[in-house]
Design a protein around this ligand. Structure first.
Ligand code: DWN
Length: 386
């Protein structure tokens, strides 16, 4: 596989980076994870092309989350909030607007600069023990540490736990949200598996990871974003009451077999079947002379295109709203990425929805597409055109 966000120019095709994408689960600690990690500097750098605010629905989601944090978690005098992987500052923005002390940490200079331009205090580096010490030295310990779709990107979870021990106040909480493993498996959302996502969390694995360094999950809140996410509230063991929701979901995970290899063997069969069905549909449409384009050059699309072997013979181009991706080609399969205006100027017969996680927002915005008698194709939770 190539890098999920390694959108590239033609002159860079010959030096493109590839690695072996393998998905495994540890029978001891139940952590679903990549078998081989890509060096983090290859993925997160000054040209990182994903900006959180690219979805209006996600911006609303983060602003609601920030409001909850302010209401429920910041009663201390002069509270301090840290966000790990703060990207363009979308989640910290409402907190900063209230004058609350905060620091965002992000290793990608371009998105960190976007946050800084909005007045969000941001340090451009990876979050690790050294960063945690530096933050504490300058600001003191944090009441709340936030991480939105970020902890699953951090490869060394033990070092991350050590950094959390340094940065959190004794009564402080870590609140993080990531795609939920149970939904990835149940919805055959195999495109969530790519270089940036080192871990695929569930209650069982988070408990096994965070118990030894002295933390526990005190609450969980399922979220209806990115195809099913989980928000975990974590604190030092004994510091806060634990809601019954945690053990109820843990029991469900055991019944669902998220700790068993056979669950993942079945997942592999389901993923293969999904590929067969999608390819069969695209090949049939191609034979019928239909124009098909991709909608949204997501990170996830890189997994689907390369795993299924979908080339520009089947997909004319991919439409995307991110200027940094325009004029480039998709990683590995080298399908042109074009501005959204090209999609609107001449509708294709079918649009393959790579941002299926934003389906509601997109289909609503693109009502004219369906009204013109054109169709969407999605492949999560099942392959279908509509
Ligand atoms: O974890 C991650 C998640 C949260 O965000 C990352 N590793 C990177 C990124 O993943 P993704 O690229 O799969 O994210 P999205 O939010 O599913 O897709 C974003 C892309 O889709 C952007 O390039 C913008 C594009 N897009 C579009 O063209 N039209 C998005 C929307 C909502 C649209 O209407």
């Amino acid at each position: 596989m190539p890098l999920a966000n390694g959108f590239l120019r033609q002159e860079d095709f010959s030096s493109e980076f590839f690695f072996e994408l393998g998905f495994g689960v540890c029978e001891d600690c139940s952590l679903a994870q990549l078998m081989q990690n890509v060096p983090r500097e290859k993925m997160f750098h000054s040209e990182y092309p994903f900006v959180t605010s690219s979805s209006r629905r996600m911006t609303e989601h983060f602003h609601n989350w920030a409001d909850d944090v302010v209401r429920e978690r910041l009663s201390a005098a002069d509270p301090f909030v840290v966000e790990i992987g703060s990207n363009d500052g979308t989640l910290l923005q409402p907190i900063a607007a209230l004058g609350i002390r905060h620091v965002g940490v992000d290793p990608s200079a371009n998105v960190a600069a976007l946050a800084q331009s909005k007045g969000i205090n941001t340090v451009c580096r990876f979050f690790d023990e050294e960063t945690a010490k530096d933050i504490v030295h300058k600001n003191g310990c944090a009441d709340v540490v936030l991480a939105a779709n970020c902890l699953c990107h951090i490869q060394d979870l033990h070092s991350l736990a050590a950094a959390l021990e340094i940065v959190l106040k004794p009564q402080g909480v870590l609140i993080f949200e990531d795609p939920y493993l149970g939904d990835v498996i149940d919805n055959v959302a195999y495109d969530q598996i790519y270089d940036e996502h080192a871990s695929y969390f569930c209650i069982l694995s988070v408990k096994n990871w965070l118990s030894p360094p002295g933390f526990e999950i005190v609450d969980i809140q399922p979220q209806n974003v990115h195809g099913g996410s989980m928000r975990y509230v974590v604190a030092r063991t004994g510091a806060h009451a634990v809601t019954p929701r945690v053990s109820v979901l843990e029991q469900w995970e055991r019944r669902r077999g998220l700790h068993l290899l056979e669950t993942y063997r079945q997942f592999a069969l389901d993923v293969n079947r999904s590929r067969e069905l999608l390819l069969a549909m695209l090949e049939r449409l191609n034979k019928e002379g239909c124009r098909v384009v991709g909608y949204a050059a997501t990170s996830k699309s890189t997994t689907v295109l390369n795993y299924c072997g979908i080339s520009s013979a089947l997909l004319e181009f991919i439409s995307d709203t991110t200027p940094m991706k325009h004029g480039k080609f998709s990683p590995g399969m080298h399908i042109p990425v074009r501005p959204h205006e090209d999609f609107q100027a001449r509708y294709p017969d079918y649009a393959l929805l790579f941002a299926w996680n934003h389906a509601e927002e997109i289909i609503n915005n693109e009502r004219a597409f369906n009204d013109a008698g054109k169709h969407w194709i999605r492949y999560v939770p099942k392959v279908e055109a509509f």
